[in-house]
Design a protein around this ligand. Structure first.
Ligand code: CS2
Length: 496
């Protein structure tokens, strides 16, 4: 029987030779980055790039990972038990598995039990960058107005409990205040979430918070802190028990929380750092003057494409992205959505051939060894859809372009909410706005057909567009009556 080795620093040298392990002395690495949100995506993306960087000898750029929320306790405990180590299971389309133990997370902190340690760490002069993966919903802005939601209970808590905050805004503002009061240099705050102009957004949200919490700090932030925009990409499904078993069976590694991901990886960043940065370009990161075209392309093709497959695939009874995209009806529908509705709103993207990019997305989605569950894609859609899809609909409405495929995604989302948890439909609603979503989706069957679209914090005033509303009603009606497949098949007849 294969010997099973528990993953930790002491056992690294015992792992099989085929598994790449950190080639650097982790005890000599200093943390230069604090990262908030040590979920799967951070561990497949930034932590991987930093691991490669440390391999090249940049010893000042290790990561201190912060688990911010109570629900992050499990990942925190797991990483602490494994000395910050975990296995990245990079899975090729042909099934080849490349396992790499990542060593770049050299410290971990759990904010709910020691907020002071987190504030002190962020204020430490060695820390030059704070990066964030706090999800699209974590930025706390009203999708309709784009304004910071100051009345949110957690934000109100932070305003009254400066030393014991709960949100990223409370932490950042107090840490920046400590830096200013102690005469320490500013730093860079870098969002790694899928939001267009993510740097601008975090800056605007943070300053709105600071205006209430510490108004005197605003000018210092303006002068000493930068917020680069960035586009991030690597498909990272939720780790399953069978991934954990697979790692044991193939390599004999006992890792309580490995991360599975595709081989593709991309990070395009605006070169705007206030206090130095690693030489990320030496490990494949691309620095550009304006990230917007890259972000827009990625979010409106990849992320919105995911949502399209997520809802329509779920209604059809599929479980994963690869399974859905490989059904010709859905694969071609996705491609039409990309070609007819998204491509016209994208400008030139330097160095990228959009046709090739779309081809590669469809191939990446089809990687049958990345079992990316539709449930992951559909969760928290109230935060995703306004960023991934609504901008495309709005631009197409303005330019008189087609919208029916994008609108079908909204109707499929509403139908998904109507059916969730009913007999024969085992999908769940995992969304901060879940109760409102479900209530309004159900109300749209009986009371007011537009009830769902009238959720203003998501759809703003889109119901004022007659073309949008008419298209939606026709498609919704057909999905309810004939199902998703028939509706896609006959879409050109349903809406001219
Ligand atoms: C997905 C993303 O959450 C989602 O809906 O579209 O997590 C996607 O897999 C990543 O952004 C890929 O880079």
């Amino acid at each position: 029987m294969k010997e099973i080795i528990k993953l930790n620093a002491k056992n690294l040298s015992l792992l099989p030779k085929e598994v790449k392990t950190p080639a650097y002395d982790r005890t000599k690495i200093k943390a230069g980055i604090v990262h908030i949100g040590i979920g799967g995506f951070h561990r497949s993306h930034e932590a991987y790039y930093v691991d490669k960087l440390l391999e090249q000898g940049s010893a000042d750029w290790g990561i201190c990972g912060v688990a911010l929320l109570d629900i992050d306790r499990r990942i925190f405990d797991t990483l602490v038990n494994q000395d910050g180590l975990y296995t990245l299971m990079i899975t090729e389309p042909d099934g080849t598995l490349n396992a790499r133990v990542i060593g770049s997370i050299i410290e971990c902190l759990f904010a709910p039990s020691d907020p002071e340690a987190v504030l002190e760490k962020m204020a430490n002069p060695d820390i030059k960058i704070i990066t964030l993966t706090i999800t699209e919903g974590g930025y706390n802005f009203d999708a309709a107005t784009g304004e910071f939601q100051i009345t949110e209970p957690a934000i109100q808590w932070d305003l009254n409990n400066h030393k014991n905050p709960k949100t990223v805004f409370g932490y950042l503002s107090q840490a920046l205040k400590l830096r200013r009061d102690r005469g320490i240099s500013g730093l860079t705050i870098q969002s790694c979430d899928n939001i267009q102009k993510n740097g601008h957004v975090i800056k605007k949200m943070l300053l709105s918070y600071v205006k209430e919490a510490e108004p005197g700090l605003i000018s210092w932030i303006e002068k000493h802190v930068t917020f680069p925009d960035s586009m991030v990409d690597r498909i990272t499904p939720v780790t399953t028990l069978s991934d954990i078993e697979n790692l044991k069976n193939v390599y004999g590694i006992d890792d309580a929380w490995p991360v599975v991901c595709e081989p593709f990886i991309q990070w395009v960043i605006e070169d705007n750092y206030s206090n130095g940065r690693p030489e990320w370009e030496s490990v494949g990161v691309q620095f550009v003057h304006d990230v917007s075209p890259y972000e827009k392309m990625k979010i409106s093709l990849l992320n919105a494409g995911h949502s399209l497959l997520g809802f329509s695939g779920s209604l059809y009874g599929c479980n994963t992205i690869d399974e859905t995209v490989r059904i010709p009806l859905f694969g071609s529908f996705l491609r039409e959505f990309m070609d007819i509705e998204v491509t016209p709103v994208l400008g030139e993207v330097e160095g990228i051939n959009i046709e090739d990019y779309k081809d590669s997305l469809i191939q990446r989605f089809g990687n049958k060894n990345i079992k990316d569950k539709l449930s992951r894609i559909c969760l928290e859609s109230s935060a995703k859809i306004p960023k991934f899809l609504l901008p495309t609909i709005m631009e197409q409405l303005e330019r008189g372009g087609e919208i029916k495929r994008s609108v079908l995604v909204i109707a499929a989302w509403c139908r998904y909410l109507e059916l969730a948890d009913t007999k024969g439909h085992d999908y769940e609603i995992e969304d901060k706005m879940g109760v409102v979503l479900r209530t309004e989706a159900l109300a749209s069957i009986s009371d007011d057909p537009l009830a769902f679209l009238k959720i203003e914090t998501i759809f703003n005033d889109l119901t004022r567009s007659k073309r949008f509303v008419d298209t939606y009603l026709l498609i919704m009606n057909s999905i309810r009556k004939n199902g998703i497949a028939e509706t896609i098949r006959n879409l050109n007849q349903i809406v001219d």
